[in-house]
Ligand binder design. Structure first.
Ligand code: G3P
Ligand code: MG
Length: 285
């Protein structure tokens, strides 16, 4: 049974789920979720089969962090909803989709311009305003379902893996302060304020930098598998020539799924064998 978010304030309940398998073996999953105090939403999600060129070939793995390993995207949403409410505006998922995964200043520019408040609030002032609120929330960050299991599995099997997050150093430290033991298992970590990351996702900079830092670099981009939750991150991985599995929030519009090689509802659904990686020992996948 899948779990979604571990934060008690945002945990949805799955009301029902259907799976339909089509002849090309793509699986379409339709689920209805009930979020606390909200009307139920229905999510249809394609779990795309990996294309044949990726099967059996992955040698290295790169993880995104926010919204993929850590349940932190809700903090950004909460704070940005509060800021926009001051201008009698609503923060919705179409704007969220354009911001997530990006470097802070790049996301800030999108926020003030797309919401139409750039005459009243500069991107820099927006970052200052949200900073106090975020700093008090980030230490509460919880792991996403399946994150610990997957990281510990890859580590135990000797598969090289690293982290590539748009988060800058100060935020990274706050978000991971309760999860240091797990993040220490990463071979290396590339942050959004790394000098080599000239442009944030969807530029490939951060994934190219992460690929260069493996002990056995250079690595083959086509044999590198990225896990991402954000549309900008999926594009960044594809722009780097890598394979990408998207694990999106169910509220993200499914039009953003198309660029990924595979879309999963949860890291718990990942099947390493499909990608030539050692299978989990606690299940048949
Ligand atoms: O999703 P990440 O880990 O690249 O982080 C990006 C921002 O900090 C949050 O959207
Ligand atoms: Mg992310």
């Amino acid at each position: 049974m899948l779990q979604f978010l571990q934060s008690p304030s945002s945990t949805p309940t799955r009301l029902f789920q259907h799976f339909i398998r089509f002849p090309n073996s793509n699986i379409f999953r339709s689920s209805q979720f009930q979020f606390p105090n909200r009307t139920p939403i229905t999510v249809s999600m394609a779990t795309l089969s990996p294309d044949t060129s990726s099967e059996g070939s992955i040698t290295h793995v790169i993880f995104d962090m926010d919204g993929l390993l850590l349940d932190t995207e809700g903090f950004y949403t909460e704070v940005q909803e509060k800021i926009l409410a001051r201008y009698d505006k609503t923060f919705d998922w179409s704007l969220k989709a354009k911001m997530m995964g990006r470097k802070a200043i790049e996301a800030a520019r999108v926020f003030v311009e797309e919401s139409g408040i750039s005459d009243s609030l500069s991107p820099e002032d927006f970052l200052v305003e949200r900073e106090d609120m975020l700093r008090s929330l980030f230490p509460q960050s919880e792991l996403m379902p399946g994150a610990s299991r997957l990281i510990r599995h890859l580590h135990a099997k000797g598969v090289p893996f690293g982290l590539a997050t748009g988060s800058h150093r100060r935020h990274f430290e706050l978000k991971t302060q309760r999860h240091g033991e797990l993040f220490k298992l990463m071979h290396h970590i590339v942050l959004g304020d790394d000098p080599e990351v000239k442009q944030g996702k969807p530029s490939p900079d951060i994934f190219l930098a992460a690929a260069k830092r493996f002990a056995d670099a250079p690595v083959d981009a086509e044999r590198t598998l990225v896990f991402e939750d954000a549309p900008s991150g999926v594009l960044a991985a594809k722009n780097a020539g890598m394979k990408v599995i998207m694990v999106p929030d169910p509220r993200l519009d499914s039009s953003h799924h198309g660029n990924a090689n595979q879309v999963l509802s949860s890291l718990l659904d990942f099947n390493p064998k499909e990608w030539g990686l050692p299978p989990f020992e606690d299940s048949e996948s």
